[in-house]
Design a protein around this ligand. Structure first.
Ligand code: CA
Length: 229
């Protein structure tokens, strides 16, 4: 999986085509068909947002501004407006790139890849607590005190999700959504089982975890201290 993309687009046909092309290129795509649903999804841990400028309930510029209030996630705007002035306006709202409709899905996929290359840190090594815990998100490897730790793909995804956003509290429902790709009623408790397994593998003292802490009544947060590169 190359990354998670949130597609906020009301035109069903365009959304289907874009989703198919991105998935074929190795991305996971969550589609929201209006602004409200899109904003609701933003918190669920994405690598990039594709945002249509003209939505039935809100306009893309407004959504872009709202997202930018607390996130620097890469945003590509989709729009039918093509003149220079609108382009500049879209970018000043905080969008990183701009694709004018009608566009070729291949071009959009290329822009997505280019933007991710531009915005992602060169190293995909996440290191915490002075190198005690190191997560290599390219190789799907985890090292604890220099020793490789074997995690299942689900455990890895869960740990990566938490570790990429230290301090951010994730609810169980959010984590289910991220790990399984959609809301799965009744599966929240499976997250507890996965966390238990991860703790068993990476924590010195499972009763006093230093990396994944339980947030009572809500879910979990990652409390490792990121090392400076
Ligand atoms: Ca539209």
């Amino acid at each position: 999986m190359k990354g998670r993309i949130l597609l906020i687009e009301d035109e069903k046909k365009i959304a289907e085509i874009v989703k198919a092309y991105l998935e074929k290129d190795g991305f996971e795509v969550v589609h929201a068909e209006n602004g409200e649903k899109g904003l609701d999804e933003v918190k669920n841990g994405f690598d990039l947002i594709i945002l249509d400028l003209m939505l039935p309930d809100m306009d893309g510029e407004e959504i872009c501004e709202l997202i930018r209030k607390d996130s620097d996630i890469p945003i590509i705007m989709l729009t039918a407006k093509s003149d220079e002035e609108d382009r500049v306006k879209g970018l000043s709202m905080g969008a990183d790139d701009y694709v004018v409709k009608p566009f070729s899905p291949r071009e959009l996929v290329a822009r997505v890849n280019a933007l991710l290359r531009r915005t992602r840190p060169a190293s995909r090594l996440l290191s915490f607590n002075k190198g005690i815990l190191v997560i290599d998100t390219d190789k799907f490897e985890v090292n604890k005190n220099g020793t490789p730790v074997t995690l299942t793909p689900t455990e890895f995804k869960l740990l990566q999700t938490l570790a990429e956003r230290p301090g951010q509290v994730f609810s169980r429902a959010q984590l289910v959504n991220i790990i399984l790709g959609y809301n799965f009623e009744g599966y929240e408790r499976t997250i507890d089982a996965h966390v238990k397994n991860i703790r068993h593998k990476i924590e010195d003292d499972k009763r006093h975890p230093q990396f994944i802490k339980t947030v009572y009544g809500i879910g979990y947060k990652f409390t490792g201290i990121p090392d400076e590169n």
